[in-house]
Design a protein around this ligand. Structure first.
Ligand SMILES: Nc1ncnc2c1ncn2[C@@H]1O[C@H](COP(=O)(O)OP(=O)(O)O)[C@@H](O)[C@H]1O
Ligand SMILES: [Mg+2]
Length: 318
């Protein structure tokens, strides 16, 4: 592991991406473990309510408490939910199955959850998000300092991750502009398909510009300063690993947003093998191709001020 910068405050990292089954949970667990192994205090939170499985990737069969206990007010703070994991320095707040989906958490509960997450005492908090683009998923993604997307080389996943990025940006702009004059424009942009006049983010900003140029320039800044990291997972031999760079180019062209392509992880049988054995991948198989690429990707995430591109990633040896 590289030397990890000492951030002045706790870092919240979110792992999302829209589609289920791409590997968000495997990636989030690996990131948490690698940071903890590098000596950082890490709390990892399973925010995939309804489909929680992060505990399995960390080798915990039956979590004794889950986030549902907090949402149902059985405990007063998230600290009471912290579970030790087999990895030193890494603690888990487990997700709730069969309880409700994150999309259904009422607004006040979501605000409370976010407030308590911000107050957790740790060097890093990693949020493993569920699928979809519900406001609750988007808001947890947006409350984070570091925004990681996981996609895989399938058209549905690429489409989903693009839609997720667009939804995140619209949500960010909408949140920063709590002004009913503009609500209709954001709504039209969100429903862009079939809408003739607002097809891209540029169209949206142009429309705002016509209404108020200073607000438009504020919004442009918000888009330009948005920084996202993309990880391509489950790459098979014949897949084109520069697909991540294409997603980066499309996101820039149509949404005006910079996306770092932080790395790819190959499809590796060891991933499902480790899950079946209830063993964390990067601990059980530290030298398998998925773990080695995870390490390289981690280095780039920690060093994201350094520009890189898909070609560079292609030529790198795991
Ligand atoms: N790099 C990989 N190689 C092989 N299988 C993988 C890889 N990443 C994930 N998987 C498989 O995909 C399944 C879904 O992964 P998961 O992390 O739960 O996805 P998500 O959280 O996005 O829904 C896992 O059970 C695992 O078997
Ligand atoms: Mg998951």
């Amino acid at each position: 592991m590289p030397l990890i910068p000492d951030y002045p405050k706790k870092q919240i990292w979110a792992v999302g991406g829209g589609k289920g089954g791409t590997g968000k949970t495997v990636v989030a667990a690996s990131i948490g473990i690698l940071l903890a192994k590098a000596g950082k205090r890490v709390i990892i939170i399973d925010a995939d309510l309804g489909g929680a499985n992060l505990h399995t990737c960390l080798g915990i069969r039956h979590p004794s408490t889950t986030i549902a206990d907090f949402l149902l007010k059985k405990v007063n703070s998230l600290n009471e939910l912290l579970l030790d994991t087999p990895i030193k320095n890494l603690r888990l707040i487990s997700g709730a199955n069969d309880f409700l989906t994150i999309a259904n958490i009422p607004f006040a509960q979501k605000q409370k959850l976010m407030r308590y997450i911000k107050n957790l005492d740790s060097d890093y908090v990693i949020l493993d998000l569920g699928a979809g683009t519900s406001f609750n998923v988007l808001d947890l993604f947006l409350m984070s300092d570091f925004n990681i997307l996981v996609a895989m080389p399938e058209p549905t996943s690429v489409e989903n991750v693009y839609r997720f990025i667009k939804s995140v940006i619209l949500r960010r702009l909408n949140n920063s502009l709590n002004n009913s004059r503009f609500q209709d424009i954001f709504r039209l942009a969100a429903e862009a398909r079939g809408n003739e006049s607002i097809k891209t983010l540029y169209d949206l900003l142009e429309r705002v510009e016509q209404m108020d140029s200073s607000i438009a320039s504020d919004l442009k800044k918000k888009v330009n300063t948005f920084s996202l990291k993309l990880i391509m997972n489950q790459i098979k031999e014949n897949d084109n690993i520069t697909l991540g760079s294409s997603i980066k180019d499309i996101t820039k062209k149509y949404l005006g947003v910079d996306l770092d392509y932080s790395g790819y992880i190959p499809y590796d049988e060891k991933v499902s093998e480790s899950i079946k054995m209830f063993k964390p991948l990067v601990i059980e198989y530290p030298n398998c191709s998925a773990s080695l690429c995870m390490n390289l990707t981690m280095k780039r995430l920690l060093n994201s001020s350094k520009p890189f591109n898909g070609e560079e990633i292609k030529n790198e040896k795991a």
